[in-house]
Design a protein around this ligand. Sequence first.
Ligand SMILES: *[C@@H]1O[C@H](CO)[C@@H](O)[C@H](O)[C@H]1NC(C)=O
Ligand SMILES: *[C@@H]1O[C@H](CO)[C@@H](O)[C@H](O)[C@H]1NC(C)=O
Ligand SMILES: *[C@@H]1O[C@H](CO)[C@@H](O)[C@H](O)[C@H]1NC(C)=O
Ligand SMILES: *[C@@H]1O[C@H](CO)[C@@H](O)[C@H](O)[C@H]1NC(C)=O
Ligand SMILES: *[C@@H]1O[C@H](CO)[C@@H](O)[C@H](O)[C@H]1NC(C)=O
Ligand SMILES: [Cu+2]
Length: 330
Amino acid sequence: MPPALPQLLTTVLTALTLGSTALAHSHLAYIIVNGKLYQGFDPRPHQANYPSRVGWSTGAVDDGFVTPANYSTPDIICHIAGTSPAGHAPVRPGDRIHVQWNGWPVGHIGPVLSYLARCESDTGCTGQNKTALRWTKIDDSSPTMQNVAGAGTQGEGTPGKRWATDVLIAANNSWQVAVPAGLPTGAYVLRNEIIALHYAARKNGAQNYPLCMNLWVDASGDNSSVAATTAAVTAGGLQMDAYDARGFYKENDPGVLVNVTAALSSYVVPGPTVAAGATPVPYAQQSPSVSTAAGTPVVVTRTSETAPYTGAMTPTVAARMKGRGYDRRG
Ligand SMILES: *[C@@H]1O[C@H](CO)[C@@H](O)[C@H](O)[C@H]1NC(C)=O
Ligand SMILES: *[C@@H]1O[C@H](CO)[C@@H](O)[C@H](O)[C@H]1NC(C)=O
Ligand SMILES: *[C@@H]1O[C@H](CO)[C@@H](O)[C@H](O)[C@H]1NC(C)=O
Ligand SMILES: *[C@@H]1O[C@H](CO)[C@@H](O)[C@H](O)[C@H]1NC(C)=O
Ligand SMILES: *[C@@H]1O[C@H](CO)[C@@H](O)[C@H](O)[C@H]1NC(C)=O
Ligand SMILES: [Cu+2]
């Protein structure tokens, strides 16, 4: 039986609302390392995706987010229904990974967070059981909120405040993450997350956008880049932690349930503290980046060996994942 007219109208209006909010959200488009571009995953229906990507697939078909009510569920780990691809971007300790977001709305102010977890299997992070990942925080975008004359007058920010997301937007919607010196060779998941706080004055109003990508860290051989970029890091490198992502945040954390339109004097970044030996990239060095070549991801064949990715390179239309992750708010 066809739906009654009022019901049909509601359906159409809902579809229109969802269509417009899709523009307001985002995902990780790609990363650039040493000029080479590695693909992320576009969750929106009908989008073409590369099988050779290094970005985890998600079921966030509205380009949306995870809410505080789901902080203790697997969705907070690598976004809704996050699943690891075969490819890993080859990097070296000391490299800077340029994480390119597919745009970022001016009013979606908040912190930009980065975490690393090691994959222990013989295939690296391919087929990784995400609940088994144990994380180390390597960047919390500190100072996250600064007093800067003239800042924050657009969108929902408070006049005179500059947020980490404003720095990200000024860098063409990108953020640089430094691979810590001293990180042992192996496969790792890098989790880059933005928490948008424009609705966070209400319970369950914060919006987490956690996006994951696979890395193969090669710490052997020539280490000149390490010396060049991590002079300040003492021998021994990164102090690895072992946090379960499902315990990172609580819905009443002062950095999660927070009114950003009130006159905040400080902001407490939620989650664990940044590990000793991590080297966050300062605001002044955040900048746009353009790739010079397509990177070839690697697949991990044994714990200490990699091979170039040889599967299909042509984009294919993403699997449709209906009915998950929709939220009518912007
Ligand atoms: C929690 O996640 C599930 C599965 O993605 C989703 O159906 C539900 O709407 C989410 N809850 C909230 C409050 O966002
Ligand atoms: C995934 O890892 C968790 C935590 O280590 C474990 O409890 C669970 O059994 C694992 N699931 C599978 C399918 O191996
Ligand atoms: C580079 O490698 C050499 C030999 O393994 C080691 O002695 C040196 O400390 C390393 N330099 C850095 C900056 O890691
Ligand atoms: C947030 O703070 C603003 C400015 O003080 C106030 O107008 C607004 O009502 C507050 N919102 C909530 C949900 O408390
Ligand atoms: C800005 O980002 C877009 C992707 O959103 C990219 O196509 C473009 O090359 C970037 N421009 C610069 C100057 O970095
Ligand atoms: Cu949004």
